[in-house]
Write a protein that binds this ligand. Sequence first.
Ligand code: HEM
Length: 134
Amino acid sequence: MDHRLSNRLLRLAVIFALIGMGLGYWMGASRDFTAAPVHAHINLLGWVAMALYGLFYRILPQAAHGRLPQVHFWTALVGLLIFMPALAAELVGGPAWASFAHIGLIAGPTLTLLSMAVFAAIVFRATRPLTAAV
Ligand code: HEM
């Protein structure tokens, strides 16, 4: 059974958990909550969503076959890697970062939303009554 996609997602999920929780820890220690939305989104899109994706492909490994799951993986990862710095730039970057924030807050969430749309198609395909394994 090929668990490469699931492994990649689960490893990324715990890395994002460490980053997101580390940011939360720093916010509490410094009592500066300006970046709270970045913390929330790294934890929810990086840790929770990636872990759920990884567990889904673990439970239904046949769903990880083909090109669509690769599109799902890369749009989710690249989307988050654009979205988070752009959100941070918007919240704490000041006017010098406004253009980057503006472009990133369109490009990042577009990819993130696209990744969920692709995942929705994968879930529907894998859970069709005739093809679902469980
Ligand atoms: C070591 C673990 C964590 C620490 C130290 C931590 C710390 C914090 C702190 C200090 C805040 C700001 C509170 C405020 O604005 O008054 C916060 C907000 C928040 N955290 Fe965490 N957190 C942790 C883990 C998580 C996890 C695992 C999630 C989600 C899966 C999460 C989701 C959120 C959300 C949704 C907010 C509200 C953000 C907002 O108001 O914009 N946190 N956290």
